[in-house]
Design a binder for this molecule. Sequence first.
Ligand code: NAI
Length: 496
Amino acid sequence: MSKSIQTVAVIGAGTMGAGIAQVAAQSGYQVVLFDLQPAKAQQAKADISAQLAKRVARGKMEEAKRETLLNAIECSAILQDVAKADLVIEAIVEDLAAKQSLFRDLEAICKEHCLLASNTSSISITSIASALTQPERFVGLHFFNPAPLMKLVEVVRGIATNDETCNTAKVWAESCGKHAVVTRSLPGFIVNRVARPFYAEALRALEMEVAQVQDIDYCFKQAGQFNMGPFELMDLIGHDVNYAVTKSVYDAYYQDKRFLPSLTQKELVDAGFLGRKSRRGFYRYDDSASLSEVNFASLHTLPDNATCSLHGDWAFAPSFVEMTELPLADSTSSPYLNINGIHVVPTQGITATQLSVSLACPVVVFDYCQNYLNSPVMVIAPAMQNTEQQNQQVVAYFQSKGKQVLMVKDYPGLLIWRTWMMLINEALDLANLGGASMSDIDVAMKSGVNYPLGPIEQGEQLGWSSVLQTITHLQHFYGEERYRPSPLLRQLALVS
Ligand code: NAI
C-alpha cells in the first residue's frame, strides 16, 4: 500500500475504469467508482463480482477475500463523493474537452493533496492539465487492457507535473503489483509509439505482396517468438482503435512520414471489418471461418554430392551455426552459408537480387529467427536471377535440418529482421528525445505488448552497427524518411 494514498476514486466505469477499480481494490485500497450513468458503475461492480466468483469456484481465491474486495468498491452517483479520495483516476471518454471539464469540477471538489490522474491513451497530459489551476499535481496513469491482467502502467509526465506527483503515482502503481515506467507526454507515450512499426511493417509487407497474412503471423510467432502475429494482434485490438492511434501519432508529429497510416487498414475500417469484435478483420471469426494454410515450400531433396560450407562472423546468431552443424571455414568475412555455390545470407536490408549482382553468384537471403535451432520455420527470399533448381537446393537444405520453409518475395530486410530493426530504431529515437529511459522502454515493450525481448536489449545483442546498416540500406532502397536512422543509433554504432 502507498502511505499517502488510502482511497482511490475512479471516474468512468467502462472497460478501463472497471478494471482499474478492481486493481485498486485487490491491492487493498478503498475505491469510489463514479460514472455519469450510475447504472454503468453498478454493472461494472456486478461484472467484477461475477468474475471473482469464477475464481473462487476454481479455488483461485477465497470467498472472504472476494467479499472484502467487493466491499471496498463503493459505487457512487454523486461526483462530490470523490472528495475523500487521495488519488482520482479518470477513465471517461477519450475527448479533451470532456476530460478538461471533468478535471475543473474535480479540482473544486478534491482535497488539496489529492493526486489527479488520467488514463488517456492518446491525449496530451500537458493539454489536459492546462485546464487546471494546479497542473503540478496532474499525471497520466496509462493502464493497458485488461487492467487486472496487464502488468504495465505508463506514468506520464506533463510539462507541469512535479517530481512528487510523478513519484507518488509510480509508487502507487507499483503497490498494485504493476511495472510502472515513466515517460514524457510525447505522442503515443512509450508503447503506442515504439510499437508502430510492428503493425506498419507487416501492413507494408502485405501491401507489397511479400507474403500472405497467415504466413506473416506464423513466422512472427514461430521464428520471432512473438506471442501474437501482427495481423491477429491488430484484429484483437480492433482496426478502428489501431488506425486511430496511428493517425493520432502521425498528426501529433506534424505528419511525420515515419508514422504514415496504412490504406489497407483504413479500408478495413471503412468496410466495418474491425477485427474480432465485428467478427471480421484480416481473419474471419464467424461460421464461414476457415484457417488458411501457411504457404510452405513443397518437399525437395539435396543432391548427394552437394557441398556446404559456413563462412564469416556469426556472433549475432550462434544458434544458426549450431543448426548447420558445420565448422567455420573462415570467420573474417560477412556471414554466409555456401550451398553448391549459392550464397545463403542473413538479411541485412539488402535484397538477394542486389547482392547477387554485386557478388556475381546466385543468392538467397533468409530472415532472422530468435533461435535458429528451435525455430520450426526458415523464411527465405531468392534473387530474381536464380534458377528454380538453385532455389530448390536451398529449400532442400533447410528441410534436411527439419525446418518448414516459407519462400517469400525478395524484399529488403524481410519480415522479422526488418521489423526488429524498425522497433529498435524507434525505441532509440524515443530515448534520444528524453521520452523515457532505455530500461523503461524495454520493460514497457515486454510487459505492455509481450515482446520476447525489449528493443534495446535486442539491439545490443544484434549489434548497433548491424541495425544502422540495415536501416541505412532500407533508406537507400526506398529513399523514404520512414527509414531514417535515429541520431542515437548513429552514435551507438560508432562506439560498439
Ligand atoms: P468506455 O467507453 O468503455 O467507458 C467510458 C465510461 O465513461 C462510460 O461508462 C461512460 O458512461 C463514462 N463517462 C463518459 N463521460 C463521463 C463523465 N464526464 N463523467 C463520468 N463518466 C463518464 O471507455 P474505455 O475503453 O474504458 O476508455 C476510457 C479511457 O481509457 C479513454 O480515455 C481511453 O482512451 C483509455 N484507454 C482505453 C483502453 C482500452 O483498451 N479500451 C486502454 C488504455 C486506455
